[in-house]
Write a protein that binds this ligand. Sequence first.
Ligand SMILES: Nc1ncnc2c1ncn2[C@@H]1O[C@H](COP(=O)(O)OP(=O)(O)OP(=O)(O)O)[C@@H](O)[C@H]1O
Ligand SMILES: [Mg+2]
Length: 369
Amino acid sequence: MLVKDLRVRNWRNFEDENLRVGGEVTVLFGRNGQGKSNLLEAIYYAFAFRSFRTNSSRDIVRWGCSGAEIEVGFELGGFDRRLLACVENGRRSTTLDGKSVRRDTDSLAGAAAIVFAPEDLRLAKAPAAERRRALDRAVFAVHRPYLREVMAFERALKGRNTLLRRGEATRELLDSYDEILAVTGSRIVLRRRQVVSALAPQFAQAFAEIHGGAAASIRYRSDGRVGSVEGEAEIGEALRRGLAESRGLDQRRGFTGFGPHTDDLEILLGQRLAREHGSQGQIRSLALALKFAELLHVEERNREAPVLLLDDVASELDDVRRQRLFEVIASRTCQTMMTVTERRLLPDLPGRIDWQVREGRVEAAGQEA
Ligand SMILES: Nc1ncnc2c1ncn2[C@@H]1O[C@H](COP(=O)(O)OP(=O)(O)OP(=O)(O)O)[C@@H](O)[C@H]1O
Ligand SMILES: [Mg+2]
């Protein structure tokens, strides 16, 4: 995939701006709080139909406005296409070449954006929920219907928890929620496991190249009752049984304590969990290695390069890791958009296009800092 241009209207702090996107590297630079990340968010929103920073459309629409629009021109599978994402009074709609499309439309298969932001650098030490979210994004990048599956699970979980909290959980209601959780949950577990095993070898290799020392590995951890079985039907059955077994406890404490929403992506150095034993530097290298693995995986699976969105990552890395990052970027076919405050941190990447972002305006800039 190749993004060619972006237009934003009433998106965050932008009134109406458009910019040409470089075939290889686009740099958005400017002081803090000017709108650089907002532009990466717009690209992500257009392709993923959601933000990576917020779940509320109130946040993304320019203050005082009723709606926002993002228009992206891009090439996919050799065809030029236009995606128009609108948010109006909290309702989102998207058209592709003028036709209304859903998030999981086949015509967007292979169109993926991968974000890498400073908080991702701490992923190995972050709460498990963030690692699950990172995994879910990696799955979504190669399988668009996945998000709908996750949302169905989350809706059921929320419903079940509300009943438990209010003490209104009848047996019939719990039975029906458990059934939805088992069916949708088994798909989630299966997809997450698949992506973890696809990422694992590349992750180990990337870490060895960036950092060396102890071997790094990843594995998906579920409750032992689920972790010990394979196949969608068997996982579903294990979830059904586990939910039934924990029902009494759930009713006493008022929430659902069993299921894929308590799973974790375990990141290990040697035999030890990086979350407990990793040094600062190791944690960052692990995060980079995971991102590199994800990039490779998505490109291989989609047979289309994703667009890589690097939000302020360069300034968070030391010289060695930053250089490694730029080497990987230069060696890949994937297009990169990055934000920085300090342009001097960036090397002269081939085909680089620079834009200065200032108070919600975007201006073309030469390469010299
Ligand atoms: N809905 C909105 N309407 C208007 N302005 C908004 C809205 N949401 C955020 N902003 C403004 O956008 C600015 C932040 O933009 P952004 O996060 O893109 O900054 P940045 O250039 O990436 O800065 P930094 O270098 O600190 O990361 C803030 O000034 C904020 O007030
Ligand atoms: Mg920013």
